[in-house]
Ligand binder design. Structure first.
Ligand code: FO1
Length: 314
């Protein structure tokens, strides 16, 4: 099924990339744009690392490590091992040798004065990706995790170094007041027929995107379907810290809480058929199997969501 709608997806890392891959099977590549979280980005060993952009890039180009869902398949870690053995660096953040090539090229482009939007376009073009991957902003807007026992942690310190174990007390978006939605992202949203919010972690991956000044109001004013997909399945998160963080922030662990987080912005919500059914004023709800265990399940879900939304206008 080739669709003639322009689809824009707001998206984070591994969880969201599954739906992205499904969408890529049913939507023409040029009609698919991803606005990607950059709150996880950081500078490490002099390199600019953009994990969510990388995860999506590697997923869509078929290069991703299927075991982890991030990084490159069949990668080695010779450089990292040498950094540890010869130079005493603590190898807490696993950068594979092939993956390093991406960070080197991106960092070089940024140092030559290109924006992250341009650098990403260069990388995706070289990897043969025809959909657009757009960072939400070209400014640096790192997510800071305030924790009970470890103080304020940079996102990757919290997520990778501490394996998301510290108790989260609040989440901040450093320098968000200085950030702007990129022109390319604004243009994509103005030309969209449907906006989807991927089943990424709402608090870690979508909140940074929505923290870009004016974006929530801009989305709320768009006269088109905006539909979020639940990351909560069977009352829990498939993988990762979504449910843990909800509990630490005193938010009930349910799909209804996720829908409530996107309130005033979404017109539809895709809930998992395993969750307890809920209703919310004026919100259309599709109950579907959102687990996406393999490519056919990803494709089926993408097709089902888009057919459902198209049915609204019929
Ligand atoms: N995640 C890990 O759990 N451990 C790692 O060592 C790690 C390295 C890494 C390197 C490059 C990259 O693009 C992603 C990487 N990730 C790693 C994944 C990533 O940090 C997280 O999954 C996201 O930031 C959360 O969306």
């Amino acid at each position: 099924m080739a669709l003639d709608e322009n689809i824009v997806v707001l998206i984070g890392g591994v969880g969201g990339a599954k739906l992205a891959l499904g969408l890529a099977q049913v939507v023409a590549a040029e009609r698919l744009t991803f606005i990607v979280n950059t709150g996880d980005d950081f500078w490490h060993l002099g390199l600019k690392i953009c994990p969510d952009l990388d995860t999506l890039m590697y997923t869509l180009s078929g290069l991703v490590d299927p075991e982890t869902g991030w990084g490159r398949a069949n990668d080695s870690t010779a450089a990292l091992q040498s950094l540890a053995t010869n130079y005493g660096f603590e190898p807490w953040f696993r950068l594979g040798d092939k993956d390093l090539a991406t960070h080197l090229v991106r960092t070089d482009l940024l140092r030559r004065g290109h924006t992250l939007t341009d650098a990403t376009a260069c990388l995706t073009e070289r990897l043969g990706i025809r959909s657009r991957l757009l960072p939400m902003t070209d400014a640096e807007m790192p997510t800071i995790i305030e924790t009970k026992d470890h103080g304020a942690l940079g996102f990757q310190e919290y997520f990778v170094r501490h394996r998301w174990q510290p108790i989260v007390t609040s989440i901040k978006h450093k320098d968000c007041r200085l950030a702007q939605l990129t022109t390319a992202a604004r243009h994509a949203l103005r030309n969209a027929d449907i906006v989807l919010i991927a089943p990424s972690n709402p608090w870690l991956s979508l909140a940074p995107i929505l923290a870009v000044p004016g974006l929530r109001a801009f989305l709320a004013g768009l006269p088109l379907p905006i539909v979020a997909v639940t990351p909560i399945i069977g009352g829990a998160a498939v993988k990762g810290p979504t449910a843990k963080i909800m509990s630490e922030l005193n938010i009930e662990i349910s799909a209804a809480s996720v829908a409530n987080f996107y309130r005033n912005m979404i017109s539809g919500f895709v809930d998992d058929c395993r969750n307890e059914a809920f209703t919310a004023n004026g919100l259309r709800i599709l109950r579907a199997d959102t687990l996406m265990t393999d490519l056919s399940a990803k494709t089926r879900l993408a097709r089902e969501i888009l057919a459902w939304i198209k049915g609204w206008t019929r």
